[in-house]
Design a protein around this ligand. Structure first.
Ligand code: DGJ
Length: 728
């Protein structure tokens, strides 16, 4: 049993292979957080100490005990306005205007497995999953908080969420409903968060947590390029390979907040969930609100150790079972090859070249529907533009399949152009404020996915295309932030629900499509990686990582993404040189190696390739197939530190059984008379012997891990190296 309740001590213990999480309801019913970290084998309630801190008051029933304060004790799910002055996890407005929430223990239950969530993505049950529900209640307002803990022992992950139920007889309005609160009584932490912008997503930034509140998040109606819903708290000395690291990943694609507060005594609170700004949710009597899930993990083996945990749980329990281990086709995408300028003839020419080089799927990107000659018109009209194409979609798809390739198609379902038949027929289906001109971005508006009629319409419109032609893959784009988040279908007092209802509508549409087309690959995309999160990964086994396809820029973007997400989910393509975003020239070999650390494909005009380049691409694809299982399923390690030298970046994949390893390194700054690039490998068996492919040389795992290996100096810009070791 990974979940235990000890009657004698009142302690709940949640154990995974390497971690322990403990909490306890005290004599007043306050659920205290005791400990999260490395397994200790003991009860951790001795860490709780009471002391009288000025201006930290006492609950009424303990007013004689000045040492007992909600403000100084570690809480499992913090209430609001009743004496804990730190960040609240929940805020609820009662009919009388009070916003106070005081949660006390009511009951608990433990079950094997985990019930699925309805309408939200969730971490799929593993063989050994167990669930603890601890119910807290504010009996004055009738609010129940059912704290859910799904324990994944093998993966060392605890998944939390909260179901808030109005058990009273008056309506309540939730104004904040965090998914989790974690209090760390002791320790001083750095926080790593992942900021960015369009074309430069998930840039890791490490900062010391100051006293007071620090918060990250997105209010863009999407998880965003700008701040990923994933943070890491680590001890100050933690490096890639050593030190305590805690991860907190929200499984959600909409507005989110990660708030941290270091209090008067140096304790740290982390609260994460749907962004409270602009959020409100009316709970009538008997109604419930389910928060998104949060994946918590801890590793004592530094940032790489923590990343491996997240990679594994995402690969095994988040990605749809259909795609967990299945190889993904090497695709060629038409966007950077042709943009909007194509017809079926051109696409078929691309397909013939692609087939010759060994590619397996052709993806027709934006521009095939409605009046879509450029980005001014057509979104919303998911009807094939046969005039532009010169044939029907079925004819094109049949011809592509006849060449031996699979076929994929681009959609941007949640958007609409004002110049579209859909908008002309249903202007109220767009999110717009009454009496106000909406913000426009890329000439488009956002559809109101909170409306069931909109979701139904999109479902049937997409099915019509998917039923008409043979389509194995959909690229699902989302090309602007959401503003004017007002639904014409909801009353004034429920407008605070729109942003979350929008996400529920999107998730519902994805779910219904996948129910109907279970073999379909949906690649997520949002102007590149603007919605790269565990919520979308539940539906989409891969997500286009960035609109920046420059291999040198991608080194940073893919590295930053790898802190939380496995490379098997990162859409990554070899694009043209000079690159379309930066104008940079990068050798084809290097572009191939960088794209290999992802789902691998091409995004260039194959008609512009020389015969030598085509030959090189053939070899690249063969090499990719050879290494694909190791890349997709092996343990991934960053071999260069975040603040390490700026001259090369290296990473590796190690088979979980230690039988092989692939090391890849790209020189980002070639120097005259430079130093040899050098890395120490990870994940090998120290006493095993490994042969370096292409040589007779063998090394012990210990030599490669502790002595490392150096690389020869190469001439020219951005050379790449690749070493493959097999256990002898
Ligand atoms: C943004 C995507 O990230 C690109 O790859 C491409 O699909 C364009 N949208 C098409 O409009």
């Amino acid at each position: 049993m990974s979940i235990q309740f000890h009657e004698s001590t009142g302690i709940f213990s949640l154990e995974t292979a390497h971690t322990l999480y403990q909490m306890k309801a005290d004599s007043t019913g306050v659920l205290l957080h005791l400990y999260y970290g490395k397994k200790t084998g003991g009860d951790m309630d001795y860490l709780i100490r009471l002391t009288d801190r000025g201006f930290s008051g006492n609950p009424y029933e303990l007013s004689g005990n000045r040492g007992y304060s909600l403000d100084t004790l570690p809480q499992e799910y913090s209430g609001n306005g009743v004496g804990d002055f730190r960040l609240p996890a929940v805020q609820a407005r009662s009919e009388n205007g009070s916003r106070s929430v005081d949660l006390r223990f009511k009951a608990y239950a433990v079950i094997k497995g985990r019930p699925p969530l309805s309408g939200l993505p969730f971490v799929r049950e593993a063989r050994d999953t167990e669930t603890l529900t601890v119910t807290l209640c504010d009996s004055v307002i009738g609010l129940e908080a059912q704290l859910q803990y799904h324990v994944f022992p093998t993966q060392d992950v605890i998944v939390r969420s909260v179901r808030l139920v109005n058990t009273g007889d008056r309506p309540l309005i939730l104004e904040k409903a965090a998914s989790a609160c974690v209090d760390f009584l002791y320790g001083q932490f750095d926080v790593l968060h992942f900021h960015g912008r369009h074309c430069m997503e998930r840039v890791p930034e490490r900062s010391a947590l100051p006293r007071g509140v620090m918060s990250f998040g997105s209010r863009r109606g999407m998880s965003s390029h700008h701040s990923n819903p994933f943070v890491i708290l680590c001890e100050k000395t933690a490096t890639e390979n050593a030190g305590d690291c805690y991860g907190c990943m929200l499984m959600y694609s909409g507005n989110h907040a990660e708030e941290m507060e270091v209090d008067q005594a140096g304790s740290t609170r982390l609260v994460t969930g749907i962004h409270p700004d602009g959020f409100s949710w009316t709970l009538a009597r008997g109604e419930a609100f389910q928060t998104p899930e949060v994946l918590l993990s801890y590793s004592e083996n530094g940032l790489n150790g923590l990343s491996c945990r997240y990679h594994e749980i995402i690969r095994r329990q988040v990605i749809r079972p259909r795609w967990q281990t299945a190889g993904r086709p090497v695709l060629i995408n038409s966007w950077e090859a042709a943009y909007f300028d194509f017809d079926a003839e051109k696409i078929l020419r691309f397909a013939r070249h692609a087939k010759e080089m060994g590619m397996e799927m052709l993806v027709l990107d934006d521009g095939w529907f409605g009046k879509r000659g450029d980005d001014h018109a057509g979104l919303g009209d998911w009807v094939v533009n046969e005039k532009k194409l010169g044939c029907s979609m079925r004819e094109l798809s049949d011809q592509i399949h006849a060449l031996g390739l699979q076929f994929g198609l681009w959609f941007e379902p949640e958007m609409v152009n004002e110049d579209s038949d859909l908008y002309r027929a249903h202007p109220d289906w767009a999110l717009t404020d009454p009496d106000r001109k909406p913000m426009v971005a890329r000439n488009q508006l956002v559809l109101d996915m909170s409306r069931q009629d909109v979701v139904d319409h999109l479902f049937y419109a997409l099915c019509a295309v998917l039923d008409h032609a043979k389509i194995e893959y959909v690229k699902w784009d989302f090309n602007r932030s959401v503003a004017n988040c007002y639904s014409h279908a909801l009353p004034a007092e429920r407008q605070g629900e729109v942003a979350h209802r929008f996400m529920l509508g999107t998730y519902q549409l994805l779910e219904r499509l996948l129910d109907r087309y279970p073999d379909l690959i949906i690649e997520g995309c949002s102007g590149g990686g603007g919605r790269f999160d565990a919520g979308m990964l539940y539906y989409c086994p891969q997500i286009w990582c960035s609109d920046d396809t420059d291999a040198i820029e991608r080194l940073e973007i893919q590295r930053g993404t790898s802190y939380g997400y496995p490379v098997s989910t990162m859409g990554s393509h070899v694009s043209a040189a000079p690159n379309h975003q930066t104008g940079r020239m990068v050798p084809l070999n290097t572009r191939g190696i960088v794209a290999q650390a992802g789902t691998f494909g091409y995004e260039l005009n194959p008609e512009m390739l020389s015969d030598e380049e085509k030959e090189e691409i053939k070899k690249q694809i063969e090499a990719y197939h050879r290494f694909a299982p190791l890349i997709a399923q092996g343990d991934y390690y960053r071999l260069t530190e975040l603040d390490g030298g700026k001259e090369y970046t290296a990473w590796m994949f190690a088979a979980r059984d230690g039988s092989k390893a692939l090391v890849q390194l790209v020189v980002t700054h070639t120097r005259a008379n430079g130093a040899f690039p050098h890395v120490r490998l990870q994940g090998l068996i120290p006493e095993a012997s490994y042969r370096l492919e292409g040589t007779d040389r063998t090394y012990t795992g210990a030599s490669l891990m502790y002595g490392g290996i150096s690389f020869p100096l190469k001439w020219g810009d951005y050379p790449a190296h690749q070493l493959y070791f097999t256990r002898t």
